[in-house]
Design a protein around this ligand. Structure first.
Ligand SMILES: Nc1nc2c(ncn2[C@@H]2O[C@H](COP(=O)(O)OP(=O)(O)OP(=O)(O)O)[C@@H](O)[C@H]2O)c(=O)[nH]1
Ligand SMILES: [Mg+2]
Length: 364
């Protein structure tokens, strides 16, 4: 069997796709394999791309829309990686608001590229706190129904549902959630892993690499509801150069930014899908994430030294409109920086709601 393995790792915003890809990549590299990664977003200036590149991994990105709406760019990036890196495995992360991947990515790839790539089954990573909300539907979720519909559809088309963040669950919870998922999405493999500490990653790789994708029926999906789900999400990507009079603790500044944004959204009862902030000064960097207004900030890495000049990237996906989100984030940035005596230069922000998904190809 010839060709590069193409492994697509989807799932809702903040589920842990990038952390999973990093964990899989490290495992494969440790076993002498070469890898490449393609990231994806509705906007540009991505925390994920910068973070993975800083980890020393070959990464290309498709920005300005999902893989299915930019199918030709997606395959161009995959081909570019295949040529430049000659990887054994390419890992691709579709944007977390995207679904219907079998009809719009898998089938077109199999139709056009069957000899070049060995397409592996579709993994959908799921955050246990969102699955728990599905299990207790009566309690409801802070997200509108359309977003819950999208989350459910993502899992419906999975070959493998990867229940991530198992390190946050008891054995009993893992057992209950796994059997719920198996019952709800019959015929789908369900694996419990922790992308963060590596538990279950080897087994996941074995399952993915053990068989080829065999796309069955395309998802039965209502594009109006899917489009509404995307519309309910305000999307913000900002970059800025920050300068302080003397070296400051960048970790604390990032923490204050996140705390303030979270507090303001909590007051408005607006749920965060994923807010991530990445700060970089020369060879040092910090990355922090939060995936709900009820969660604590999670630092993937902090800076050891203080810095007087550094770049920030803020990526926020929140259940609010862009007209609210942009001033909220920019005001918090201005306030927090002013308190820390830091000047904000070259602030560039794009803030929008994703347009209706318009796949280049859809094979039913
Ligand atoms: N406890 C725990 N946290 C995790 C695990 N995997 C990911 N996370 C955390 O979940 C948050 C989101 O992880 P990402 O990997 O950025 O999620 P993503 O799905 O790529 O997010 P988007 O690209 O925004 O859709 C981060 O704070 C991670 O550290 C895990 O196995 N356990
Ligand atoms: Mg990601």
């Amino acid at each position: 069997m010839a060709g590069t393995n193409l492994v697509i790792v989807g799932g809702f915003l903040g589920a842990g796709k990038t952390t999973s890809i990093l964990s899989i990549a490290k495992y494969l590299l440790g076993n002498g394999k070469k890898i490449g990664i393609v990231t994806n977003d509705q906007g540009s200036d991505l925390v994920d791309t910068n973070f993975l590149a800083k980890e020393g991994l070959p990464v290309l990105e498709v920005t300005g829309g999902c893989f299915c709406c930019n199918f030709d760019e997606f395959t161009a990036k995959v081909n570019e990686l295949a040529k430049s890196e000659m990887p054994d495995v390419i890992l691709a992360e579709p944007v977390g608001s995207c679904t219907d991947l079998i009809a719009t990515i898998f089938k077109p790839i199999m139709h056009n590229y069957i000899n070049q790539f060995v397409l592996r089954p579709l993994s959908i990573v799921a955050d246990p706190k969102r699955v728990k909300k599905l299990m207790m539907e009566k309690e409801g979720s802070l997200f509108p129904n359309e977003i819950n519909y999208l989350f459910r559809k993502q899992m419906e088309e999975a070959d493998i549902i990867v229940l991530n963040k198992a390190d946050t669950l008891t054995e009993e919870e893992i057992r209950k959630i796994t059997s719920f998922l198996k019952e709800e999405f019959k015929g789908t493999d369900v694996l419990a892993v922790s992308a963060k500490n590596g538990t279950g990653i080897q087994e996941w790789i074995q399952v993915v690499m053990g068989r080829e994708a065999m796309p069955g029926r395309s998802l039965d999906i209502d594009y109006d509801t899917y489009a509404l789900a995307e519309e309910y999400l305000g999307w913000l990507n900002s970059t800025a150069l920050l300068k302080a009079g003397k070296p400051i603790n960048v970790n604390s500044l990032v923490e204050s930014l996140m705390d303030e944004i979270k507090a303001k959204l909590k007051d408005m009862n607006r749920e965060i899908a994923h807010l991530k902030i990445y700060g970089v000064a020369q060879d040092e960097w910090v990355k922090a994430s939060i995936t709900s207004i009820h969660d604590e900030i999670d630092f993937n890495k902090t800076m050891e030294k203080e810095a007087a000049e550094f770049n920030l990237i803020i990526n926020a996906r929140v259940n609010t409109d862009p007209e609210t989100l942009r001033p909220l984030v920019e005001t918090v940035l201005a306030d927090v920086c002013s308190k820390a005596d830091v000047k904000v230069e070259h602030l560039k922000t794009e803030c929008f709601k994703p347009g209706r998904p318009m796949p280049k190809y859809r094979m039913g």
